[in-house]
Every structure is written in C-alpha cells, then in structure tokens.
Design a protein around this ligand. Sequence first.
Ligand code: SF4
Ligand code: ZN
Length: 311
Amino acid sequence: MIEISNRSVKKLRPEKELVDPNRPYLWLNEEEIQADGVLRSVNTIFLTNRECPFKCTMCDLWRHTLDEPTPDGAIPEQICFALDRLPDADVIKLYNSGNFFDGKAIPRKDYQAIADLLSGYEHVIVENHPKLIGDFIPQFRDLLNGTFEIAMGLESIHPVVMPKLNKQITRESYCKASEFLVSNGIDLRAFILLNPPFLTDPEENIEWCLKTVEFAFDCGASACSVIPTRDGNGIMEKLREDGAYVPPTLSAFEEVLDRAIGLGRGRVFADLWDLEKFSDCSSCFETRKTRMHQMNLNQIIQKPIECSCRG
Ligand code: SF4
Ligand SMILES: [Zn+2]
C-alpha cells in the first residue's frame, strides 16, 4: 500500500492546466438558501492563485493554480473581470483552490481593494484552512460591508482516515479554529467527504459521513457541503487500484443528503458537480439529480425516485 506524504501525493499528479494570473478560471451564478431560510442569488468566482501549501490526498484543486506567489493586484483584477460578466447578486463566494488567508495566494496588500469590490454584497464567503487562523481574519471582516462566512474542509473525522488525508488537522484543531471564527461573528461552513480514501465499507462510509456532519454542527457550522470523493488527481486512481478507495454510489449520496437534512441541525448541500460519475442508470439519473438539486434549494426531503434499477 502506498505511503501518504506530500511527496507521494505530488509524484503521481498529471500536468496542471495553463492559467493566467490576471484571470479567474471560472465564474458562475446560482441560487442558494441562506441561513435565514431565504433563497438568494449567489455569484461564485474561482480565483487563480498560488497553489495551496497543503497536499491533501484527495485534492485536485491544484490543477488551476500558479507555482509562484500571486502578483500584487492580480486578485482585484480577476474579481473585476468576473464581476463585469456576472449578474447582480446578494451573496458572493470567492473560492481560490486553497486558502483565502494564505498571503502568498491572496496578497494581504490587496484586502482593501478586494473588500471595496465586494462592497455591494450582503454576505461574503471564502474558503480557508483551519491552521491559517489569526488577527488578519477579523481585520478583513471589518473591511466588508456585509456579513462574512468561512468554509473549512473537515473532510472526515474517522480516526484512521483523518490523518491519512494529509490535511494536517485533528478534530481538536478544527474545533479550535471554528470557535475562533464563531466568537468573531463569522459564519462557518464545513466541507465533508463521502467515501474518503481508506474507508471502503459502504455502510461505514454513510455512517462516518453523517457523524462528520454532526461534528461540524457541534463545532458551530451553519452549513455543511457534502462532496462525493472523486478520483482524477493521480494518487486517487492508485488508491482505487489498490482497493483503498471506492467511489460512492448515487444511492448512498442520496441517503446521506436525506439523513443529514433530516438531522435538522442546519443547511446541508450536496455537491452535484460531475454527479453522473456516480450513477449507473441512465433512465433515472436526471430525475434523481433534479431531486437532489431541489433539496439543496429548499432543504426539504423529497420523495425518493422510483426506477427498475432500484428493485
Ligand atoms: S487544504 Fe484544501 S486546497 Fe489545500 S490541498 Fe487540502 S483540500 Fe486541497
Ligand atoms: Zn434507474
């Protein structure tokens, strides 16, 4: 079995995409239910910046990143470029394939310019690693007109899996970082994996995903986003070959979404990107995807979709 280290995770990677430091690599508008239960328009900008210094086993976000520190001024320019092409919205997410508070990814000198560009938004969401916590967070929050939310990957609290994800976090460090955010009036969102590597039993995967959702809510999260673990970064394919990673089924993902929303602890979103990867029936796939999308939007558990593939 392959040993997990920064080196082994990097060694099996395919090539990065070519990216331009002055352009975001993607931007989109969608609707999302907010903490107050109201559906609001959300713009998401996927920024191009220096690669995240962590090397998590399952991560493929490095694909659209730079090897060098992001030049000063590039992030405000990217935001301007995307905003010119996006509709007006209430909420904005700045996702940067890493950590917003990594000064080499998002230069601190640019915070004021970034906050000025976001001044029309009532809520701002960024992503960050639990280790990158400090006074710079409330300082940035104070520059914003709207409320602030930070999404942090919790991934899995399974005691064997958590260290092997190479994320360099523990339950305790996640909790501590969450307390810091919550005590500073910042909302917390957790990213959680379904079927992380090193956990292959289908039932255990469902149960540990739900335990991780509950843990995130215990830490004060107002939303959890469940991500079905995908391969595609090199090492995940190797782990799959070795039997250490099994992709989740669509049924397992549906069960997790139903039960996690059913907890009634906060909003739970299913990450539906590339969902067809997890489906083995073309007859029911689109209706099942629509059902999950509806549940993301209204947080109400819908009737299951019937199909001959489900017996
Ligand atoms: S911290 Fe996030 S962006 Fe960085 S390697 Fe881990 S999953 Fe990827
Ligand atoms: Zn079917």
